[in-house]
Design a protein around this ligand. Structure first.
Ligand code: FAD
Length: 491
């Protein structure tokens, strides 16, 4: 059956709901009504403070000015993530959104670095990594191209988008949904609110968070569980006053006994959290370990969040499409939830603006695309764990010995045997990101490609030395992150 959607109802007013509503009112330009229904009583999850570079595309597409956005969300710039203690306690690396470059055309730089047996980090050949290590930031230019993302206050971000969506014509209904009625063909007809109001629609975007009110609840779509590979299932979150370190232009992820701790710097405070697996560590012990990590005075009591990693088998069923936590959650290690939200919105917008009724086939393709994206990001996140040399706790013994998904085995095998970083279309993380983690986890191909030996070693060594020195010198001239940010904010 083909369908046209003229009344779109967004269920939920967290960041997923308002990102969806803002994009729909902007892109559909009055061709459909957009109504957001949310319960203030239930509230929003309010974590999710680190992002992926695609957020800039989203912001540009809906016409958000960067300075205004950073002011409204007390945001800061993010060049990547600093991983501490993942390979071994005391070892660290950066995964930034930057390239490591080529040496002599197709002579891949990492291979020359490796062949020469250099012990310094490969990251010294990557501009944004050196910027992150030095706490510097500039906006990219024609001479200096790199990707970046943001840290921000998730509650302020949802409020910022709400204001923008309402200004552009979205409707806002406050109330708790207590029942859902369906047509005879199974499509959702209307939402029933606790005060008796009834909200009808043609398309329902389920952004109801972990409750997954429509897709998981009303339509009972099964959950595909990833917890045997990604066993974390809880997090303690606790913001602190800003103290100590400068405003770092990166997130920090420190591996702990039963999980890992995040540190996310904002203009006025620092976000801290401990993501853990209750299979491997007691909840109270996880809380104590978070408190021991704090580098400032807490500004709130630690808050416990529970979750399961995985996704709904289908994301779009009948006239219900789930976006955000209602569709699934991987875990926050690579800050990919908001990216997945924006990616789903972009694919939905393409269909809704195609100017034709939608068919079952459109839904099927949408669902296949979503499953592919979740599995590829799942594999990338598992890579951070499975290459560990840590054996000091149950968690690390488990992740270093567990059977991996076939798709990940294939990619690791290609790298290990042939030095190939296989990249698919529609890839969230490109080959550079995979290389950053392989290099950071000291995981290299077993043999050298003879092609790399065509360059005389002295020549390769001096080229690497010159490049490293040029990068170091150019980063030295860049302002500290906090100074550049103040300039952008106009302060
Ligand atoms: C520990 C943790 C850390 C995270 N860190 C990151 C990160 O660094 N980067 C990142 O990209 N993402 C992160 N995320 C994910 C991120 O928080 C979410 O993707 C994002 O906030 C979107 O959430 P949401 O809008 O789907 O759900 P929510 O914010 O939970 O919103 C759900 C909405 O549905 C409404 N609702 C629910 N039930 C009803 C009802 N019966 N009636 C009416 N309204 C209802 C609620 O009121 C609310 O408005 C993290 C998540 C967790 C758990």
């Amino acid at each position: 059956m083909s369908q046209k959607y003229e009344r779109i109802v967004v269920v939920g007013g967290g960041s997923a709901g308002w990102m969806t509503a803002a994009a729909l009112v902007t892109g559909l330009k009055g061709r459909a009504t957009v109504e957001v229904v949310e319960s203030e009583e239930i509230g929003i999850i309010g974590v999710g403070e680190a992002t992926f570079p695609s957020i800039r595309n989203y912001n540009q597409l809906i016409g958000i000015d960067e300075a205004e956005f950073l002011r409204a969300t007390t945001g800061s710039y993010k060049l990547g993530i600093h991983f501490c203690d993942w390979l071994e306690v005391g070892r660290d690396y950066f995964h930034t959104f930057g390239h490591f470059g080529n040496l002599y055309g197709s002579q891949t730089l990492w291979a020359q670095h490796r062949r020469l047996g250099l012990t310094e980090p490969l990251g010294l050949q990557c501009v944004p990594t050196v910027m992150a290590m030095k706490g510097r930031f500039v906006l990219p230019s024609e001479q200096q191209e790199f990707k970046y993302a943001y840290h921000f206050d998730a509650v302020q971000y949802a409020a910022f988008l709400r204001k923008l969506a309402l200004q552009r014509g979205a409707r806002h209904t406050l109330g708790r949904i207590v029942d859902v009625s369906r047509h005879a063909d199974g499509n959702v007809a209307a939402l029933q609110l606790d005060d008796g109001r009834r909200i009808e629609g043609d398309l329902f975007v389920d952004c109801s968070g972990f409750r997954s009110l429509l897709l998981g609840g009303t339509l009972a779509e099964p959950f595909v569980d990833f917890s045997h590979w990604l066993p974390v299932d809880g997090a303690w979150a606790c913001p602190t006053e800003r103290a100590g370190e400068e405003l770092t232009p990166y997130t920090r992820a420190t591996a702990l006994e039963g999980g890992w701790a995040w540190r996310i710097p904002l203009q006025n405070r620092t976000g801290h959290g401990h993501v853990f697996s209750s299979r491997f560590i007691d909840v109270d012990r996880a809380r104590d370990q978070l408190l021991a990590q704090l580098d400032g005075k807490p500004v709130a009591e630690p808050r416990l969040l529970r979750f399961k990693t995985g996704h709904r088998r289908r994301f779009w069923v009948d006239n219900v499409i789930a976006i955000g936590l209602s569709s699934g959650f991987l875990e926050p290690l690579e800050s990919t939830s908001i990216y997945l939200v924006q990616d789903a919105i972009a694919r939905l917008m393409v269909l809704l603006t195609a100017g034709r009724p939608l068919h079952e086939n459109d839904r099927a393709l949408f669902n296949e695309g979503a499953v592919r994206r979740f599995s590829r990001i799942r594999d990338f996140i598992i890579l951070h764990y499975c290459l560990t040399r840590r054996r000091d706790s149950e968690l690390w013994r488990h992740v270093s010995s567990m059977a991996l998904p076939e798709t990940l085995n294939f990619r690791m095998e290609l790298w290990r045997r042939y030095g190939v970083l296989h990249e698919y279309d529609e890839e969230g993380f490109d080959a550079t990101s995979w290389l950053a983690v392989h290099a950071g986890m000291d995981h290299w191909p077993e043999r050298e490609d003879p092609v790399f030996a065509e360059v005389p070693p002295e020549l390769a060594a001096s080229a690497l030395r010159d490049r490293r020195a040029a990068i170091a010198a150019s980063v030295e001239r860049m302002p500290p992150h906090h100074r550049l940010l103040q300039q952008v904010l106009g302060r």
